[in-house]
Design a protein around this ligand. Structure first.
Ligand SMILES: C[S@@+](CC[C@H](N)C(=O)[O-])C[C@H]1O[C@@H](n2cnc3c(N)ncnc32)[C@H](O)[C@@H]1O
Length: 247
């Protein structure tokens, strides 16, 4: 189960990552999605990316999401937008799922490589589910520059540089054929939507048993972002290609 902080903080996010609709549509074009495509979306959250891609490209998408609140929001949105025939959102711990071999044209894991332990584990877990010639797509943080300041509170996070991230991906056997990086605006949207959600929720629920924990996490994330995160932390969608052996 994920900490309740995330349920509260991301209740207004359609896309629960520092990226944008435009960049997700660019992703869809880069991996050549179309009405015949089948896509797996690991940790599909509130369904924003899957719904956007299904609507724009007519592809079919299977989402897997552990948080009941997020999965329910995704199902509700699919119905509201009339996309139930294209998307499904299953509530499950994705790390325990047996993925069908070579079933998908693309497997996505946007902002959730921790599900499998690491980026390398994620690429290794998802690659078998993709057909030769298909894509494994991972959204992942990276450090814009090193070394980190001594007072960076989240310095234990397991990220590396942009080049190091691509190397980890490619060591798993899939060349990175494209990347789509976040801008400062993408980060500000993602981070500050959390601020608004938390401040509103805390003001309205001061006696909730989780209020203290949510307040502590909210203040720490906000402080870390303002002190150093905005300058040092990058995020990108890395697109790996599973070679098809074609000449
Ligand atoms: C940063 S959010 C990204 C959501 C979505 N991919 C997006 O881009 O909008 C990470 C998601 O991973 C989900 N998650 C965490 N652990 C999971 C697991 N073991 N199995 C499935 N989903 C998980 C969280 O509930 C959350 O929705």
């Amino acid at each position: 189960m994920i900490p309740r902080y995330f349920i509260v903080a991301e209740r207004d996010h359609e896309i629960q990552n520092p990226t944008s609709e435009e960049k997700l549509l660019l992703l869809g074009r880069r991996i050549r999605l179309g009405p015949d495509s089948r896509v797996l979306d690991i940790a599909s959250g509130r369904g924003g990316p899957a719904l956007l891609l299904a609507q724009a490209f007519g592809c079919r998408i299977d989402g897997v999401e552990i948080a009941p609140e997020f999965q329910a929001a995704a199902v509700e949105q699919a119905e509201a937008r009339g996309l139930e025939h294209l998307v499904s959102f299953r509530r499950a711990d994705a790390s325990l799922e047996e993925l069908e071999r070579e079933e998908y044209d693309a497997a996505l894991c946007l902002g959730a490589s921790f599900v499998y332990g690491s980026l390398a584990d994620t690429v290794e877990a998802l690659a078998p589910s993709v057909r030769p010639g298909g894509h494994v797509v991972v959204g992942e943080p990276f450090w814009r520059h090193l070394p980190l300041p001594d007072d960076y509170e989240d310095r234990a996070d397991p990220w590396t540089t942009l080049e190091g991230t691509v190397t980890i991906f490619e060591t798993s056997g899939l060349p990175v054929v494209s990347l789509i990086a976040s801008s400062e605006d993408d980060w500000d949207r993602y981070e500050t939507l959390r601020w608004r959600a938390c401040d509103e929720w805390l003001a309205r629920n001061p006696d909730d048993p989780d209020a203290r924990d949510i307040e502590v996490r909210h203040k720490r994330f906000k402080r870390t972002y303002l002190q150093h995160g905005r300058e040092y932390l990058g995020w990108a969608i890395f697109i790996g290609w599973k070679p098809d052996g074609a000449p």
